[in-house]
Design a protein. Sequence first.
Lengths: 231, 229
Amino acid sequence: MDFSIIAQNFNLYLQGLQTTVQLVVAALLIGLTLAIPLALMANSRNWLLRGPVFCFSYFFRGTPLLVQMFIIYYGAGQFEFIRNSIWWPILQEAYWCALIAFALNTAAYTTEILRGAIKATAIGEIEAAKACGMSKPLMIRRIILPSAFRRALPAYSNEVIFMLQGSSLASVITLVDITGAARIINARYYSPYEAFITAALLYMALTLLIIFFFKRLEQRWFAHLRPRERQ
Amino acid sequence: MFDLHGYGPSLLEGALLTLQVALISLALAVALGLLGALAKLSESRLARAAAALYTTIIRGVPELVMMLLIFFGGQMLVNHLAGWFGYQDYIDVNPFTAGVITIGFIYGAYMTETFRGAILAVPPGQLEAGYAFAMTRTQVFRRILLPQMMRHALPGLGNNWLVLLKTTALVSVIGLDDMVRKASLAAGATQRPFTFHLTVALGFLAFTTVSVLLLRWAEQRYSIGVRQD
């Protein structure tokens, strides 16, 4: 094995790292923003609110991310009205299509995580909020969401790691993320071990970083659950 | 919109291949998962360390990177090894083998965690009773542990299967003619990408739905001896 190839082309990997991080962070932010109202809708008693969310999450959780990406990137061009719309410049770009697919995908999974967390809210807390005369939006903002976020945190950290790993699919539609960089190096030098092991190490480093970050966050958010220290 | 321009049979062929890859990978994953779980719970420190390394590496590396590494790297490795043993012809690692090995290997790690939890859920007294009847270790495993742990393993196993099924889409990247690649080919030929990719998505949804129904039935079957409220 000859890792000098990697050292020479490390800039390519750094560029890939940047693309990966950008895509993942943007997708997660958009996904989480979408997931909050969707999760509230999924817990609603109204069938008209619950139904569409169920279909959305069923579709995006039941089909491969790769296929979702293909539908958006290749599929959008099939329709005349999309090609003539103002969205076409965006839907033509692999970067934006990957981002849209990732964001919708993670939104579906996050919705499901939050839905469960919201459903598990202690009934007493809601009754107390009502007894204090809180309006529904105030109750959602002050009581339901904060405790639901806390309960959702461990599952959400898994989702973040899955999103990071799923983002490697961006390389299939020609984007140069970490995996894309590795594929270029492999094609140029025919050195699969060096190319892909370097990529694997970068992903592992990112994964460890995410785990570390969520550990810190959990320590903060679950501070009230830690055994009390003796004085 | 669902005019498949005569590519229907081709997509069906692809769907069969997708199922084939998924089922063979599942068998490999279950075997690796059982081995991994036994290693994680074993008294040997070496076995535990090896199993921990296995699950940590798999969880940190994306499936696609692993698949490309095994597909391209495995090709070189096999030919190097064959060269050492004096075999001169070029050996081709086909995408099917590479895909099945990768997916089996990855989901073996997830199965390890599932089975480890399930084994721990079987009361130790059950196993001790088995040994007290002078059963051998394999007999205890097959007659006592396996049937009882299956009930606890099924929900996790079912989830892993659903994720595994969707992961098979990746084999299209290394050139295997599964459902996803057949759709890409058909889309290229007919200029109808949305139709074909959506059809494949619906195919996956159908597989998922059938799996969920079967799993529900299996869970009920394995819980027959348990009281339910």
